[in-house]
Design a protein around this ligand. Sequence first.
Ligand SMILES: Nc1ncnc2c1ncn2[C@@H]1O[C@H](COP(=O)(O)OP(=O)(O)O)[C@@H](O)[C@H]1O
Ligand SMILES: [Mg+2]
Length: 397
Amino acid sequence: MSLKAIDNEIRLQEEEPVRSPEAADSSSSGKAEGSGNAKGLNNAKGLGSANGSEALDGSLSGEDIIELRHIGKEFKTSGGPVTALCDIDLNIKKGEIFGIIGLSGAGKSTLVRCINLLEVPTTGEVIFEGRNIAALPEREQRKARQSMGMIFQQFNLLSQRNVLKNICFPLELAGVPKKQAEARAKELLGLVGLSDRACSYPSQLSGGQKQRVAIARAIATNPKVLLCDEATSALDPDTTKSILELLRRINKEFGITVIVITHEMKVIEAICDRVAIIDQSRIAEVGAVADIFSDPKSKIGRRLILGDAVNNVSFKGSRKVRITFDGRSSMEPVIANMILSLRVPVNFLYASLKDIGGTAFGHMIVQLPEEESDATRALNYLKAQGIKYEEVTEADV
Ligand SMILES: Nc1ncnc2c1ncn2[C@@H]1O[C@H](COP(=O)(O)OP(=O)(O)O)[C@@H](O)[C@H]1O
Ligand SMILES: [Mg+2]
């Protein structure tokens, strides 16, 4: 297969069911994993966010590597225009791991593709290292885009090439001599823990191994930024954890800024320094992960962090129970444990409790969710824990 055909294959494998002609045009001039400088791995940059004071958006002082200014993106479709992004302002610091989370269709993939100009924004500017990428001369623009590697949910490896040749691909595009490219690819295989799989083909690898190869390929040319679009969404929890650890290591050891796109809060929690929540094409809130997690301000933030159950549950006219603490239950938070383990919320209507030496005496009345199956699960939990309870009516409350 010719290099051009392989390059096309990478592009075609990108998960995008519908592409507007303008989108197709925008990606025809190069690929994020394409050429770039191909020095060794050991050019680690200092972490820009390592020191400094905290700003309003939770960011530490330090140099911005990417600034998005009023980014908007509209797709023209046969059914009329579709707004994918609206007035997006974000600053991403050099060396940080920045998360972008949102529900399906929120605009995450479009946003990440606008960052490396795989999609050309309809409005606004992408500033990379202080310069508006779109306004750069072609050569400079290609260089800027090539300093952003990208990995995908579906890995997008070249099925006709073995692991080593997959990793060599961007180096070949960069004109690195074959021997040097192979040496570099082997070095990267060591980094991602796959030295013994150099001759395997993608179909012979597990999902986690495929993503490791994709990561090695994406960083082969020493990019400054690694864009990860749902990179762990096709993986099981343990594999997800190991891939996230690898991303963190790459961030720390080589100073590569990592942008993580996901719909899963646990991914953000595991590795991100800061997070932006995107909802219906707009940024709903942005800040340090710890701040957003402890006190989400936006409706979508509360929904993502506290879970659907808490926000959507209806208590209208639902069953109420009086729970009696007669000294047999310790003051350990029975109800809190129930809520956490069943993810069934309850309404507290009344409580009169005394804690005597760590033992609870008294009673409380809680209202169970309207959904019958949730109410039954809650009652079964109380029964299993040996908690005394009885159903009560409105008149008892
Ligand atoms: N090439 C395209 N043509 C038309 N509409 C698109 C295109 N790409 C994305 N969209 C639309 O833009 C919105 C955001 O999509 P996307 O960025 O893929 O969301 P996410 O990655 O958060 O699931 C959706 O309504 C989607 O249908
Ligand atoms: Mg997406």
